[in-house]
Every structure is written in structure tokens, then in C-alpha cells.
Design a protein around this ligand. Structure first.
Ligand SMILES: *[C@@H]1O[C@H](CO)[C@@H](O)[C@H](O)[C@H]1NC(C)=O
Ligand SMILES: CC(=O)N[C@H]1CO[C@H](CO)[C@@H](O)[C@@H]1O
Length: 425
């Protein structure tokens, strides 16, 4: 007789667990990714390419929350392949945070992954024909405040008909290397949703992004696209259903074509209050793009918004541009690369270029990434002694994965979440 209520309670608990946001401020289709919360904490203690204490080792097994005792530049030779249910909490790194440089990453099948505040810079020495970030399949992933650049094929690419429930928010996707020079494919099928909120696509010739399937593209900024176009509306026989809301398309020196291209009757788009600034005059002074199919690359305009999990606050295109300027990418500390990209953006049409080698002018490589000071962590649970008391955990006990305040997040997540503001100002 007592069993039934028990199972009800259990069912309720499972529902509550499923509804917990990946972190405060997580939005869109990937907002409920659980990351490594059911597993253990892994502290990255060195900048080595592999071996105990390295980032590559940290993500090689599932169910881990990865935090950083050090900051700096991690040079990788081979691509990094991420396991399921991993949280990479880059905001925990001291100094200037973490940049990974030299090759790309695969998150294919890395279901339930959470990635925050880290820079993925592939570069010329990376594997030919590969992306800086690839997702070929998998579901429930969220990327927040990541800076991705210098892909040899695509830069950030999701391409697979079963990839689903993925969010990329508050991120910078930059400088796909020529000759391909692509922002990325964001391609699934209808019913498998991807959210792109408040990202900056900059200095990519084409695919900023190229979209198929169920897609919510809200409050992004696309700057200095090249001859291939900015938003590529499918270019395919397959059905697509997209919201395109409050985005700003700002032409730069490389931009010679319209923002939207290659739509057709199969690409169903709900569009609202998107702005274009094509005069390259050094001021952000664009106009709302008139709602005609031809202005939107020939896509099939829809009168009703698709009911996708929207941002809690939809900004005007102008406010989206201000937001991206201040906060996009791994913005806890902006590195020299993102600083330059943002200065190109805020030239509002004057600066910017496509690049083929990140070591040449004007980028001259990934720059210096200060390591910072390693905090004392007596119980080696990843949480520095001086914050354990503040978050209600014990500095003498490995209790990173406990949930002392009962808010659903592990103690180590409470610490990580406290290091940065929620995603809105
Ligand atoms: C994606 O999210 C929806 C809504 O939460 C859910 O019903 C569906 O099962 C999820 N898909 C996968 C593959 O997890
Ligand atoms: C913005 C841009 O296009 N950046 C590079 C992207 O690719 C084009 C063409 O490859 C390059 O000319 C651009 O410099």
C-alpha cells in the first residue's frame, strides 16, 4: 500500500531531475543537458596533450565534471574525442582561462554534454578536411560562451539527421580558414531541434550558418560574411522549419552579397525584426529587413512562429549586437584573438578579413594565455579551500559531487556557476 506513493515520488523526482537546467541561464533545445552530474569530478592539473591530469584524459571517459586547477594554452596534435555526459567548466580555470590549439574536437555522440567558457582554436596544422568542432550525431548538448575558430573544413558544424536538442549560445564562431572558410553547417531534420542564440559569426566566407531541419536562430550577429553568403537557407529538397528572429547582419569588407540566400519552398521560415546594415560606414545604423521571400533568400515565409523553447528574453537586433559585443565567446577573460574579432565587429563595416593561416598577420597565432595562480585545494576535490565555506561544502572532505544545499546541482557546479553572471545583463 505504501509502495504506490513511493513510486509516484520517485517518478516526480526523475521528472524534476530531467527539468533542471544545465546551469542557470541555459536555454533552447539543449537546456536540460545533465553533463557529468551523475559521475565524478576530474581536475585538469597540467597543459599536456595527454596523460593523467590532461584535458584529453579528462573527457575520455563518461560521467565527469571537468574543472581546471590551471589556465593556459593546451597544444594538441590529434583531435580530441569527447565521451557522453561530460561537463567542461572552463570558467573554473584561473588566469586567462583555457585555449586549446592545434586541432579540432569531436562531440559526435557526446550526449548530455555541457561546455562553457573555453576556446577551441584549430588552425592550419589541424587535420585537413576536418572541423574545429564536429557533431555528426547525438543529443542534449549545450555550448555556452565558447570561442571557436580556424576550422580547416567547417568551424562549428552539426551535421547529421538525428542530431537533436542542441544549443549553441553566447559564442563566437570565427575565421574558418580559407580555402573553405566556413562558419558551419547546422543541419538536422525536422523534429530534431537546434537553438542558436546570441552568437557572433565573423569573418567566414559562407555558411554563417547553413541551416536544415528544426532550427531557432534568435539574436545572433553575423559580421563580414564573404561571397558565399551569411544565412544559407537549406539549399535542399528536405523540409526545414526555422525561426529567424532579432538577428543583425552587418556587412564588412568581405561582404559582397545579400545576407540570405538559397532558400526554396521546402524551407519554412518564420521571420521577425531582423536587421541588416550593409553600408560599411563605421556606425551600426541598419534597417529592418523587409518581410518578403526574396529578401530572405527565397524561403517560404510562415505566418506563425514555430513553438520552440525560446530565450527567456528576446532582444531587439540592436541590443543583440550590444550583448554580443560585450559578452559573446569565452568572455570571462577575452584573449587577444577575441579582442581583435570584437574590434573588427565594432568597426561596423570597416575592418575584417578572411584568413588562410592564423599565424600570419593580422592574427599571429593564439597569443599568450596567462596561467594564473593555482588555488589551494586541500581535499583535492576541485573546489578551492577559500570558496568551500561560501558554498557550504567542506574544505577537508572530497564532497565536490554532493549537493549540500539541495538545489539539484553538485557542489562543484555551485562553485562554477558562482564564477560568472547568468547569461543576461
Ligand atoms: C529532445 O527533447 C524533447 C523535449 O524535451 C524530448 O521529448 C526528446 O525525447 C528529446 N530527444 C532526445 C533524442 O533526447
Ligand atoms: C569573412 C571571410 O570571408 N573570411 C574569409 C572567409 O573566406 C573568404 C573566402 O575564402 C576569405 O576571402 C575571407 O577572408
Amino acid at each position: 500500500m505504501l509502495l504506490l506513493p513511493f513510486f509516484w515520488l520517485l517518478a516526480l523526482q526523475i521528472q524534476l531531475a530531467a527539468a533542471l537546467l544545465a546551469f542557470p541561464g541555459a536555454e533552447g533545445f539543449g537546456r536540460n543537458a545533465i553533463g557529468g552530474r551523475q559521475g565524478s569530478v576530474y581536475v585538469v592539473t597540467n597543459l599536456d596533450d595527454s596523460g593523467t591530469g590532461s584535458l584529453r584524459d579528462a573527457v575520455s571517459k563518461p560521467d565527469r565534471i571537468v574543472v581546471f586547477a590551471i589556465g593556459g594554452l593546451i597544444r594538441i596534435k590529434d583531435r580530441v574525442v569527447v565521451s557522453k555526459r561530460i561537463s567542461i567548466l572552463g570558467q573554473t580555470a584561473p588566469g586567462d582561462g583555457i585555449t586549446v590549439y592545434g586541432n579540432g574536437w569531436s562531440f559526435s555522440n557526446a550526449d548530455d554534454t555541457i561546455v562553457r567558457y573555453i576556446r577551441f582554436r584549430m588552425g592550419k596544422s589541424g587535420a585537413s578536411g576536418k572541423d574545429a568542432i564536429t557533431i555528426a550525431s547525438g543529443s542534449n548538448m549545450i555550448f555556452d560562451h565558447v570561442s571557436v575558430s580556424w576550422g580547416r573544413d567547417e568551424t562549428f558544424s552539426i551535421s547529421g539527421s538525428d542530431a537533436s536538442n542542441i544549443t549553441i549560445q553566447n559564442s563566437i564562431i570565427a575565421q574558418g580558414l580559407e580555402t573553405h572558410s566556413c562558419g558551419g553547417l547546422i543541419q538536422t531534420s525536422v523534429g530534431n531541434g537546434i537553438s542558436l542564440f546570441r552568437n557572433l559569426y565573423i569573418d567566414n566566407k559562407t555558411r554563417n550558418p547553413k541551416v536544415k531541419g528544426s532550427n531557432d536562430f534568435t539574436n545572433n550577429v553575423v559580421y563580414n560574411w564573404g561571397a558565399g553568403g551569411a544565412y544559407i537557407a537549406g539549399d535542399s529538397d528536405g523540409l526545414s522549419e526555422a525561426n529567424i528572429i532579432g538577428n543583425y547582419f552587418v556587412s564588412g569588407p568581405s561582404s559582397t552579397v545579400a545576407a540570405f540566400t538559397r532558400g526554396n519552398a521546402q524551407f519554412h521560415g518564420y521571420v521577425e525584426k531582423n536587421f541588416v546594415d550593409s553600408n560599411k560606414d563605421g556606425t551600426l545604423n541598419g534597417q529592418e529587413l523587409g518581410v518578403t521571400s526574396s529578401n530572405y533568400g527565397g524561403l517560404a515565409l510562415q505566418s506563425r512562429k514555430f513553438s520552440y523553447p525560446a530565450p527567456s528574453k528576446i532582444l531587439s537586433a540592436t541590443d543583440a549586437a550590444k550583448y554580443v559585443q560585450r559578452f559573446a565567446g569565452a568572455s570571462k577573460v577575452r584573449d587577444v584573438v577575441d579582442t581583435r574579432l570584437i574590434s573588427e565587429l565594432t568597426s561596423w563595416g570597416v575592418q575584417g578579413q578572411l584568413i588562410s593561416d592564423e599565424n600570419n598577420n593580422p592574427m599571429t597565432g593564439p597569443g599568450n594565455v596567462a596561467g594564473g595562480t593555482r588555488a589551494t585545494d586541500s581535499d583535492a576535490d576541485g573546489i578551492p579551500d577559500d570558496v568551500e565555506k561560501k558554498i557550504g561544502s567542506d574544505a577537508t572532505k572530497n564532497d565536490a559531487m554532493a549537493d549540500n544545499d539541495g538545489n539539484g546541482y553538485a557542489n562543484v557546479e555551485d562553485w562554477a556557476n558562482s564564477l560568472i553572471p547568468e547569461s543576461y545583463y
